[in-house]
Design a protein around this ligand. Structure first.
Ligand code: IMP
Length: 433
């Protein structure tokens, strides 16, 4: 049985949670490989909505092992709250395993994230203010506090106090912000540590063994390709690597262990936060897509910016992720439109047209979308049960995407509920390859 990476192909919020939830049914292990509580997965099951930030979506299946990998950053308070809420709703959490090598988001990271955004003013990134950037920065600077530090109260307190002594100076002197109170926070931290200790594990070993034993493993990315710190639209990105290659480092398995890469893209595009967005819709069409698609952030509640499908950016995502197939989500949202523009090329400054994603940020910032207009189907997809049951114009839309990308669309999602998906060859083939 293969190991499959599920990766966001746009700027996040593509509906990965739902696809993971679907595939998790046949998986023994589901792992997150990067990011932290900046991600939010919404899963609708039997009319009940679950919003997860840290715990992989596989948690809703009894017996599934859910791994938070070394490449993630963990906010201990939020993780405790998420575990408590799941338990309170009757979902057991004993299958959750958190890598001891994952770094922790500390209260000063959250405070510094907000302070630095305030300081940037008009140049701000529009982060989720969950402390993601500062936590990854400390990891790279080798002054972070890791999950395994909670295993020893004495070490934890020492590291906590040392770090806070410096961070308070930063908060007060650089950002004119309130310092954090050591004693209260250290006690709070110890309470979280006590709650989280049973979940800490050597997750690299666990996942490698699972793959060697022939178990089906899902490796779940958060955010999306265009938010990747190396390959995305820097500096308007997150501070980790959502791309599929990072699944290997973020979980601690060799790249040769990974068999398939399933990209997830919306049938249109959304973006939260600042930064260039060539196909962002001008005028009332944007609000219409937002309303129809309920495009508000799971984590921050912010309005998402909405745009037409961008095949230049998506082709780039196919390339940098080595995608073996694509899941196209929220096709039903486009049912309201008589005509649907799809961006097939960018026009760059100087008039040159290209279908390759610009390597230089200035070109991307000034890229104008060149659209082909496809005919809409203007018909509800509520009664559709199989791919062939889609209106012809909807099938043409999917076919157009496949041809433009050279990758199979192996799943189309047509509604929020778990079962509202259609596939050409059944669920077993969804990840392709
Ligand atoms: P950060 O990850 O909180 O540092 O935010 C950096 C950028 O990534 C901002 O533009 C956020 O809006 C965006 N971002 C972070 N997480 C998500 C997500 O899960 N979905 C969509 N955008 C995200």
């Amino acid at each position: 049985m293969p190991a499959t990476v599920i990766v966001g192909a746009q700027w996040g919020d593509e509906g990965k949670g739902k696809i993971v939830d679907l595939l998790a049914r046949d998986s023994e292990v589901v792992c997150r490989y990067q990011g932290g509580p900046n991600a939010g997965h919404t899963i609708v099951r039997d009319g009940e909505t679950f919003k997860l930030h840290h715990v992989p979506s596989g948690i809703l299946y009894p017996g599934t092992v859910c791994v938070v990998g070394a490449g993630c950053v963990v906010d201990p308070g939020l993780l405790v709250r998420e575990l408590d809420e799941l338990e309170a709703r009757g979902i057991p959490t004993e299958g959750v395993r958190v890598s001891g090598n994952a770094h922790m988001i500390m209260p000063w990271h959250v405070a510094l994230d907000s302070a630095s955004e305030r300081r940037l003013g008009k140049l701000q990134i529009g982060t989720t203010r969950r402390g993601i950037g500062p936590a990854y920065a400390d990891k790279a600077a080798r002054i972070g506090i890791r999950v395994q530090d909670i295993l020893d109260s004495k070490i934890l307190r020492q590291k906590f106090e040392t770090a806070l002594a410096e961070k308070n100076v930063q908060l007060e002197r650089l950002h004119d912000a309130e310092p954090l109170e050591v004693e209260t926070l250290a006690d709070e931290m110890e309470a979280y540590a006590a709650r989280l200790r049973p979940y800490v594990a050597d997750t690299s070993l666990l996942v490698d063994r699972a793959i060697r034993d022939g178990r089906h493993v899902l490796l779940e990315g958060a955010q999306g390709t265009l938010l990747d710190v190396d390959h995305g639209t820097y500096p308007f990105v997150t501070s980790s690597n959502p791309v599929a290659g990072a699944a290997s480092t973020g979980v601690g398995i060799g790249p040769t262990r990974i068999d398939r890469v399933l990209g997830v893209a919306k049938a249109y595009v959304t973006r939260v936060g600042e930064g260039p967005f060539p196909t962002e819709i001008d005028g009332p069409g944007q609000a219409r897509v937002r309303e129809l698609g309920a495009e508000y952030g799971t984590t921050t509640g912010r309005e998402r910016r909405c745009g037409w499908l961008d095949l230049v950016a998506l082709r780039f995502a196919v390339r940098v992720n080595g995608m073996t197939s694509l899941a196209l989500t929220k096709l039903d949202v486009l049912s309201a439109f008589a005509e649907i523009p799809v961006c097939t090329r960018y026009r760059l400054p100087g008039g040159l047209e290209t279908d390759e994603f610009p390597a230089h940020q200035s070109d991307f910032h000034h890229a104008e979308p060149v659209y082909e207009t496809l005919t809409g189907w203007e018909d509800s997809l509520d009664a559709v049960e199989e791919l062939d049951g889609l209106p012809e114009a909807a099938r043409s839309y999917v076919g157009f995407v496949e041809n433009a990308l050279g990758v199979e669309v192996s799943l189309v999602s047509i509604g929020a509920e778990r079962q509202r998906v259609v596939t050409p060859r059944g669920l077993a083939s969804v990840a392709g390859g």
